[in-house]
Design a protein around this ligand. Structure first.
Ligand SMILES: NC(=O)c1ccc[n+]([C@@H]2O[C@H](COP(=O)([O-])OP(=O)(O)OC[C@H]3O[C@@H](n4cnc5c(N)ncnc54)[C@H](O)[C@@H]3O)[C@@H](O)[C@H]2O)c1
Length: 251
């Protein structure tokens, strides 16, 4: 993949899909800014990338705070001169699995703030930089829950449908500016977020696997492969698209 020397920011890169993506960018020779609300987790990923001979920097960012997002991008550009790739991955699943009438205000506001407003803030600030430098590529991490109905988690579903919509609308706006914006839509993928969902009731994992034609959950590095490809110049005529990685669940 053509990623050598690309300057890349990944939000929520301290664990799961974001961490796997940061490490994969690192192995392809990119300069990786590992951003997470949890600085310790981000630092661990940075040291793993550096051990493999890569270049990486940890920056603490809460994507729900606009000033922190601005500072993330300003610091990256000060350090490395530009921002070639922005991966908007930070996301949370919500605490409870309840039907819409019982969905809590707390879950609604928290999930929308991270998964939807956070992506908006990151897109807005990254686009300003990409417009100024005349190029860029962005990948948003949406979900299968942003393409089809999923019960008992309205805020998550709303936020991920919004990410797909923001991806397509912004791609339409910036096609002529040499900026591509795409999204991945993972199905159930092994991570802390999935562990939290599985802890809701015993046997939940087996129940969910019955709906997956390939009979297993995805792995974070399988999602990372698609993110890196969409971000790279190997996919340079693709914009405004979603790639679904779900072992056939959507079938
Ligand atoms: N795991 C799945 O089954 C699955 C499926 C579809 C989509 N996704 C999406 O993939 C993305 C990554 O999730 P994951 O499964 O790797 O989960 P994860 O919990 O392993 O990783 C999420 C990371 O985001 C960070 N984070 C949380 N709130 C943040 C904030 N406000 N600002 C910055 N960072 C923050 C966390 O510290 C964590 O390191 C999310 O957007 C999630 O919705 C996951």
């Amino acid at each position: 993949m053509k990623l050598e020397n690309k300057v890349v920011i990944i939000t929520g890169a301290g664990s799961g899909i974001g961490a796997a993506t940061a490490k994969l960018f690192g192995t392809h020779g990119a300069t990786v800014v590992v951003s997470d609300i949890n600085l310790e987790k981000a630092k661990k990923i940075v040291s793993q990338i550096k051990k493999g001979g890569g270049t990486a920097l940890a920056i603490k960012t809460d994507v729900t705070e606009f000033e922190e997002v601005e500072s993330l991008i300003v610091t990256t550009v000060k350090e490395y001169g530009r921002l070639d790739v922005m991966i908007n991955n930070a996301g949370i699943g919500g605490k409870q699995q309840l039907k819409t009438a019982d969905h809590t205000h707390d879950d609604w506001h928290t999930v929308i703030a991270v998964n939807q407003t956070g992506v908006f803030y990151c897109m807005k600030v990254a686009l300003k930089q990409m417009l100024a430098q005349g190029h860029g590529s962005m990948v948003n991490v949406a979900s299968l829950a942003g393409l089809k109905a999923s019960g008992n988690n309205l805020s998550y579903s709303a936020s991920k449908f919004a990410v797909v919509g923001m991806t397509k609308s912004a791609a339409l706006e910036y096609g002529r500016k040499n900026i591509r914006i795409n999204a991945v839509c993972p199905g159930y993928t092994q991570s802390a977020l999935l562990d939290q969902l599985l802890s809701v009731s015993p046997g939940m994992g087996d129940k969910l696997k019955r709906f997956i034609p390939m009979g297993r959950f995805g792995e974070a590095n399988e999602i990372a492969e698609a993110i890196c490809w969409l971000a790279s110049e190997n996919s340079k005529f693709i914009t405004g698209q979603t790639i679904t990685l779900d072992g056939g669940t959507s079938l």
